[in-house]
Write a protein that binds this ligand. Structure first.
Ligand code: GLU
Length: 349
């Protein structure tokens, strides 16, 4: 069994960015238990940016991206040295893997990352993954590690994705604002209502929040992987989640799984525009599995090039699909060939 565990900044550091060593100790001890039990574990860890702050005596989170990148270079090595020390105390070894969003769109890089992660697992090493914040472009990045963890889970064909955070799971409303909010134990389908109820993060240094966790759970679900969102502070949370004990919120995986290319188109490719389609085209692409033809496109928004990702909306404004266009916005009026080929189109309803 392969388990991908993601832990967020708010579980690993205090507001000043000091690493919560006891929390890391507990996490590593639980990972060691899973390993002893024959499970393969990939750890996706945040907190590089936050952990850089104490080194430079910075209390406030800087707002400019370059400063955040500088902090990440400092914090990442501090973070890793603690993981390494803790893993070593259980006779385990960690291997750092830093990735970017672009690595997931470049097939060569993608296969390379998969190969190295598989090699590490084969060697019994715990891969410790984070976004390569130091070199990542501000516009083209995951930003939070939730979606990154879900893409990694797909990449290594994980059985479970466990997102550890500072709340118990997904609630019917934001529990920090509404005291009647109830924890939802199981989610079959991530709908609009859930997304509306999901709050962002309240921490200055953490990037995620529930919205990005739901986005990650959706990627896992489309990858056929069961996803659990649970509290990092719950005792033995990893063993409980892996054994199927009811902790936090569990998302049901879909029976049908997307290929890695379609997963990237659907959930990672930056959106460059919107195409609104008529009812006939909607039926043809959603029910008929057809390509989207220019004749069914009522309007396009945004400036895009051939190969860019567009959201496809129906006349009611609902997103029904996402795909890579075959023509630029400038050429659209004259286009006669398929606007988005079915192989480059992901149906999201
Ligand atoms: N890559 C970021 C870091 O390590 C992730 C930030 C976050 O998800 O909180 O700081």
């Amino acid at each position: 069994m392969i388990v991908v565990v993601k832990i967020g900044t708010s579980s690993l550091t205090d507001e000043m960015g000091n690493l919560e060593v006891a929390q890391i100790e507990s996490l590593v001890q639980q990972i060691a238990e899973l390993k002893k039990d024959g499970k393969k574990v990939v750890l996706v860890t945040s907190a590089a940016i936050a952990a850089g702050k104490p080194a430079l005596n910075i209390a406030e989170q800087p707002s400019d991206y370059l400063s955040l990148q500088a902090l990440a270079t400092i914090g990442q090595s501090r973070l890793l040295s603690i993981y390494e020390k803790e893993l070593n105390s259980y006779g385990l070894v960690g291997g750092q893997v830093l990735v970017t969003l672009e690595d997931f769109s470049n097939r060569k890089h993608y296969l390379r990352i998969r190969a190295v992660l598989e090699k590490l697992l084969e060697l019994g090493v715990v891969p410790i993954v984070n976004e390569n914040d130091a070199i990542t472009d501000e516009e083209i990045r995951f930003g939070d590690n939730d979606r990154l963890a879900a893409m990694v889970a797909h990449l290594v064909r994980a059985d479970k994705l466990i997102l550890l955070t500072d709340t118990e799971g997904v609630y019917t409303a934001d529990p920090r604002l509404e005291k009647d909010a109830e924890l939802i134990r199981e989610i079959d389908e991530i709908n609009k209502e859930l997304e509306k109820g999901a709050g962002g993060t309240q921490s200055d240094s953490a990037r995620g929040g529930m919205a990005s966790k739901l986005a990650a759970a959706r990627i896992a679900s489309w990858s056929g992987i069961s996803c659990i969102i649970a509290s990092s502070f719950l005792e033995n949370v990893l063993a409980k989640a892996v054994s199927g004990e009811s902790v936090g919120t569990t998302f049901k995986p879909k029976d049908q799984q997307l290929s890695s290319k379609k997963l990237w188109i659907g959930f990672a490719a930056p959106v460059c525009g919107v195409a609104t389609v008529d009812d006939g085209a909607k039926k043809a692409v959603v029910e008929g599995g057809k390509s989207l033809l220019p004749v069914g496109v009522v309007s396009v928004e945004g400036e895009f090039e051939s190969g860019d990702a567009l959201e496809v909306k129906d006349l009611a404004g609902e997103i029904i699909a996402k795909g890579l266009t075959n023509c630029s916005s400038a050429e659209f009026e004259k286009a006669t060939d398929e606007f988005i080929h079915r192989d480059d189109l992901v149906i999201l309803v």
